[in-house]
Design a protein around this ligand. Structure first.
Ligand SMILES: Nc1nc2c(ncn2[C@@H]2O[C@H](COP(=O)(O)OP(=O)(O)OP(=O)(O)O)[C@@H](O)[C@H]2O)c(=O)[nH]1
Ligand SMILES: [Mg+2]
Length: 253
């Protein structure tokens, strides 16, 4: 079946920024992106939840006051990181959504490269890879590094894809595509779901080498044992039909 186009061009980007305890990191993220490629940015969707610290909330409000045309602060309705991302998808008005974090583990100085790639390949997903030449990990636990490698290899074989990193949540996706898919995960495995479901639909995915550096501010919200939950969505989706992945049936050709 011919692959549907979800974006003929990249006109603007909605940047999703989930926030728990980030202050300086959040400010840096917004400032760097605006300085590097502010023209391409339609909006920053800063998503806060009940567990977001008062200092982080204040920081978000401060950014909204400084950049009222660009920064929106959204009170999260669905639970956890996957829920925060789905909430942002509902609000996104740009042609593309950039999924990232506000803890500097998704380096904001690389966003301009996503923008350039997105303009050149508007119908594709542009995703960061820590495993290809030029990418890497700094300050990642050795055990997690090893398990991540095995995980990536297993799923690249299962999905018969050249992709080397399907779990790094630093990616640019056409907005129409995220709005068309029926999402399931609410926690961190959502990051994997946003790659495997489009892959099953036949969407092109382009990797950019990125070095992941452990955060200096705040703490991770993903306890180690939860990493094993990534298998569930990966295994299920491998056998899903297009109808199962999409919210609406596709028109017959
Ligand atoms: N609004 C909101 N933000 C969240 C939630 N969970 C995590 N975040 C934010 O999402 C980003 C990624 O979360 P982390 O806990 O750092 O996850 P991670 O870096 O993928 O996980 P590790 O590899 O275990 O460090 C951070 O900026 C968090 O503050 C949530 O439930 N709601
Ligand atoms: Mg993190």
């Amino acid at each position: 079946m011919a692959i549907k186009s979800y974006a003929d061009q990249m006109s603007s980007v909605s940047v999703f920024l989930p926030v728990m305890d980030e202050t300086e990191s959040l400010v840096k993220t917004v400032e760097i992106i605006l300085a590097d490629c502010g023209d391409a940015i339609r909006e920053f969707l800063v998503v806060v939840c009940k567990k977001t610290t008062p200092a982080a909330r204040e920081t978000a409000a401060g950014l909204r006051a400084r950049f009222p045309d660009k920064v929106k602060v959204i009170e999260q309705q669905r639970p956890f990181l996957g829920g925060a991302t789905q909430d942002a998808f509902d609000f996104a008005t740009g042609s593309h959504v950039l999924m990232m974090a506000s803890d500097l583990e998704t380096p904001p100085d690389r966003v301009k490269e996503y923008v350039a790639q997105g303009r050149a390949h508007p119908n594709a997903i542009i995703t960061g890879s820590r495993w290809i030449k030029g990418g890497g990990f700094e300050g990642y636990s050795k055990l997690k590094w090893f398990l991540n490698f095995i995980f990536q290899k297993s799923f690249s074989i299962m999905y018969m894809t050249h992709l080397s990193d399907m779990t790094y949540g630093f990616r640019l996706i056409p907005t129409a595509l995220v709005k068309a898919i029926r999402w399931e995960e609410t926690r961190h495995p959502f990051l994997f779901e946003t790659l495997v479901k489009p892959l099953r639909l036949g969407v092109e995915v382009i990797e950019l080498p990125i070095t992941w550096r452990a955060r200096e501010e705040g703490v991770s919200n993903n306890p180690f044992m939860r990493n094993f939950e990534y298998f569930r969505i990966g295994l299920k989706t491998r056998f899903y039909s297009r109808e199962r992945i999409l919210k609406q049936p596709e028109p017959k050709p």
